[in-house]
Design a protein around this ligand. Structure first.
Ligand code: MEV
Length: 422
């Protein structure tokens, strides 16, 4: 399909409005004025490709998945993984209540236990105080829910008591709400504990806000080229075992998962650094980095079973999700009703991405698929446009000679030929 035909299909299949289609096209996009109000020292705006992954069925509902990414093959792989999962009924996905953790660092204490006990005794009072900083959140059913205490008697800078303020942030990512609440209770925490509050900041290890997804793939749908389904299934299980055993592989396995998740986090205007840092820390929680996803054969009927779990601090309102017209349109396109729903969808996207990568890696390798897109990029970089770029890319793939210099040579030759013909 051409880009226009793809956009038309979003209108007919998903009821995407003309305004949203226009926002997604990037042509009107983020204005310089809005950009100038988003960050400092603005000198321009920066575009990336926005693709739509297909075939996603999550909790029985069909989703189209907007993905912003510079890397070839990711959108195709996500769609491919989703197609395999669809054959087994699609993904099931869910997420915890959107609980974020804020940290207060208390220094200057001689008795950490006594300070923690004093704060524990005033917990209800402190939670009420924190609630006063976020009346809108309370109206939406969220707010401060708990406090926890962690003691570090021997740090390089002396003893520290760390207070965790846990807040249900509903449909926002929550950084601003948490930081405001922490700053609002800090003076009272100093009074009660007798210490000095230094840092007041959200923790990106959002381990009370986990998202999970699972899928089941019948062995026969994994059959591919000369590989039968059973063979592909056992190779995927073998690839997953490699990641369980070896941190060098686990990191790459997880990077592939984040290819999909980050692309959607970015498309929806969310903070992908927050999601990334949470994911990798969660993966390393046992002291060794391990895969975020797990694949095994169902002993009952031989299907491939996949699961994933990771922190997912994302919002559907607030921040760039509102300011950026493309992000707002991407969220409407997905038609997610809450941050919790979005978190589940993101977990499913990560699992789909991982499934496609493991299938390709354990069979024909990823270079063949990668190289044809890479060839298109090289042809475009050599100055070829439209059909000519496709023709040069196809020739490089057929001749198995894909390089920037060959693309430039072919582009020059074709351009010369067309001038000659004219
Ligand atoms: C490339 O961006 C991602 C992969 O390396 C992921 C993986 O190895 O599982 C293909």
């Amino acid at each position: 399909m051409t880009v226009d035909e793809r956009r038309d299909s979003l209108r007919t299949e998903f009821g995407c409005s003309s305004d949203d289609l226009s926002a997604l096209s990037g042509d009107p996009g983020l204005t310089e004025d809005s950009a100038n109000r988003m960050i400092e020292n603005v000198i321009g705006r920066y575009a990336l490709p926005l693709g739509a992954a297909r075939n996603f069925v999550i909790n029985g509902r069909k989703y189209i998945i907007p993905m912003v990414i510079e890397e070839p093959s990711v959108v195709a792989a996500a769609s491919n993984g989703a197609r395999l999962a669809k054959a087994g009924g699609g993904f099931s996905a869910e997420a915890d209540d959107p609980r974020m953790i804020g940290q207060l660092q208390i220094t200057g204490l001689s008795d950490l236990h006594a300070a923690a006990a004093a704060l524990e005794a005033e917990k209800a009072h402190l939670l009420k105080l924190a609630a006063e900083s976020c009346p809108n959140l309370i109206r939406r059913g969220g707010g401060p829910v708990d406090m926890e205490f962690r003691m570090f008697p021997e740090t390089d800078a002396g003893p520290m008591l760390i207070v965790h303020l846990i807040m249900d942030v509903r449909d926002v990512m929550g950084a601003n709400l948490i930081d405001t609440a922490l700053e609002s209770i800090a003076p009272e925490v100093e009074k009660i504990s007798g210490g000095i509050v230094r840092l007041r900041i959200l923790s990106n290890l959002a381990d009370q806000r986990l998202a999970r997804a699972a899928c089941r793939v019948p062995a026969e749908v994994l059959a591919f080229k000369e590989f039968d389904g059973e063979t592909v299934l056992s190779r995927i299980v073998e690839a997953a075992a490699f990641a369980e055993a070896d941190p060098y592989r686990a990191v790459t396995h997880n990077k592939g998962i984040m290819n999909g998740i980050d692309a959607v986090v970015l498309a929806t205007g969310n903070d992908w650094r927050a999601v990334e840092s949470g994911a990798h820390a969660w993966a390393a929680k046992t002291g060794q980095i391990r895969p975020l996803s797990h694949w095994r054969r169902d002993p009952e009927n031989g299907d491939l079973l996949g699961t994933i779990e990771l922190p997912m601090a994302v919002g559907t309102v607030g921040g760039a999700t509102r300011v950026h017209p493309g992000a707002a349109a991407a969220l409407r396109l997905m038609n997610v009703q809450s941050a919790q729903e979005l978190a589940g969808v993101l977990a499913a996207v990560g699992l789909a991405q991982n499934l496609a990568a493991l299938k390709a890696l354990s069979t024909e390798g990823i270079q063949r698929g990668h190289m044809s897109l890479h060839a298109k990029q090289l042809a475009a970089a050599a100055g070829a446009q439209g059909e000519l770029a496709d023709r040069i890319a196809a020739q490089m793939v057929t001749e198995n000679h894909i390089s920037a210099s060959y693309a430039a040579e072919l582009a020059a030759a074709y351009i010369k030929e067309s001038h000659h013909d004219a």
